[in-house]
Design a protein around this ligand. Structure first.
Ligand SMILES: [Cu+2]
Length: 152
């Protein structure tokens, strides 16, 4: 009985260490980027809307800028290109996986630099994240500043 208890305690301690190691690995993994190199000094940025814009009705044209990197449709494997994604009301996804595709992660896989977006009333955040031909961020990842817009 005493022995079993001791074993259980050791197992529990090992489990805690395992979890800590797992957490650490997760943290490092989160910092890892995809396999497609980003051109040096490339940048992506939101041209419009600007920080704090009030958007009556919630419909607007999102204008996306890229400098030092070309925009190409998804599926086109060409060096120094990528396609835009906008992340709405959500933190940045892992950089070494496909960018999710849902209402909070919009892909502009046709190579769009502007897109019609509609948001419900409220305060919203927008951030661009470029993805490679496989929808995976570059190395290093190319993201814009996160901005806030308000739909009254
Ligand atoms: Cu994509």
């Amino acid at each position: 009985m005493r022995r079993a208890l001791t074993f259980a305690s050791v197992a529990a301690a090992a489990g805690v260490i395992g979890m800590m190691a797992g957490g650490l690995t997760g943290g490092i993994k989160g910092a890892v980027a995809g396999e497609t190199p980003a051109p040096k000094d490339a940048k992506v940025y939101i041209i419009w809307p600007s920080e704090g814009t009030v958007i009556k009705g919630g419909k607007f044209w999102l204008r996306m800028g890229a400098r030092g990197i070309g925009v190409a449709p998804s599926g086109v494997e060409k060096a120094n290109t990528g396609h835009h994604h906008v992340i709405i009301d959500s933190p940045l996804p892992p950089f070494d996986e496909d960018i999710p595709a849902d209402n909070n992660h919009l892909h502009f896989g046709a190579g769009q630099s502007e897109a019609r977006v509609e948001l419900p009333p409220g305060t919203h955040t927008l951030q661009l994240l470029m993805g490679d031909h496989n929808h995976v961020p570059h190395d290093p990842p190319l993201m814009s500043r996160k901005i806030t817009v308000i739909v009254p």
